[in-house]
Unconditional design. Structure first.
Length: 66
C-alpha cells in the first residue's frame, strides 16, 4: 500500500503516477503480477492505493517469491 503524505484525495498527476508506478514495481518484484486498487473504502479522506494480486483481492492471494 502507498499513502500520499498530504491530506486529501487528489494528488497532483506527477505524484500519483510516481506513487502508483513505484508500488506496482515493488509489489511485482516481491509477489508477482499485481493490479492497483485506489478505491478508498475505509479512509475516504486520504489518498492511498493498494497493490492487489492479479486474479485476487487480499494479500493472502499473493504467492510470495523467493
Amino acid at each position: 500500500m502507498a499513502v500520499w503524505k498530504q491530506h486529501g484525495t487528489q494528488p497532483p498527476p506527477e505524484v500519483l503516477a510516481h506513487m502508483q508506478a513505484r508500488l506496482l514495481e515493488i509489489a511485482e518484484q516481491h509477489f508477482g503480477p499485481a493490479w492497483l486498487d485506489d478505491h478508498m473504502r475505509n479512509i475516504p479522506s486520504h489518498y492511498h492505493v493498494h497493490a492487489r494480486p492479479m486474479g485476487g483481492f487480499f494479500g493472502r492471494d499473493f504467492v510470495r517469491r523467493g
